[in-house]
Design a protein around this ligand. Structure first.
Ligand code: HEC
Length: 173
């Protein structure tokens, strides 16, 4: 028993030292967050309002809110983790894609810009605000359950809503 405890302690100390001594920038540390796809699905489905523009299927068509701007097809995106994280955090200024990071444009970590750097009327749109962890979660959701899919199917729809009788899915049956 004492041996196990000692090892655990030594491991914890070494982890701590590794953390202390790694020359990581803050941006890199955020990317290192491990996303939970199931939590990310909740962000995508309800917390984030992503479905209004991208639709439940994230293809920019299926299930979009017709009164919202049309989002792009995330099933076909070629973006990597870093850029996906950046776009969700910072939005895409000049388009309807809103920013969701807590400190976006309040400090200069988004595109090295502050809100005051934008011309009046061309400021980036603000979406719901998420923690960095929730941004990692929604990225993990996109990467494991969205990107690379073809045309939306009934089964995907029923899974998305956790409900085989969801109204939005009936037309796909
Ligand atoms: C108000 C509408 C709207 C909302 C809400 C919205 N988006 Fe978008 N999103 C867009 C539009 C429009 C684009 C395309 C912008 C462009 O390139 O012209 C886009 C682009 C993106 C892209 C870049 C895709 C690519 O391949 O270029 C990602 C990733 C993305 N959105 C994820 C999300 C996520 C995740 C959420 C929710 C947290 C979300 N969006 C909420 C409208 C929206």
């Amino acid at each position: 028993m004492p041996v196990t405890l000692d090892l655990t302690f030594a491991f914890a100390v070494s982890l701590f030292l590794v953390t202390l001594t790694s020359p990581m920038t803050r941006a890199q540390q955020v990317i290192e967050l491990v996303g939970d796809p199931q939590r990310g699905k909740i962000v995508f489905r309800s917390l984030g309002g992503c479905v209004n523009c991208h639709g439940w299927a994230a293809d920019g068509k299926t299930g979009v809110n017709l009164r919202a701007p049309t989002g792009s097809n995330l099933r076909e995106t070629a973006l990597d983790t870093e850029i996906l994280t950046e776009i969700i955090k910072c939005g895409l200024p000049g388009t309807p894609m809103p920013y969701h990071g807590r400190t976006a444009y309040r400090d200069d970590r988004c595109n090295e810009m502050l809100m005051s750097d934008f011309a009046p009327g061309s400021e980036p749109t603000r979406g719901k605000t998420f923690s960095d962890q929730n941004i990692a979660n929604v990225v993990a959701y996109l990467q494991t359950q969205v990107i690379g899919l073809g045309e939306p199917t009934y089964t995907e729809c029923a899974d998305f809503f956790d409900n085989p009788a969801a109204r939005a899915c009936l037309s796909l049956k």
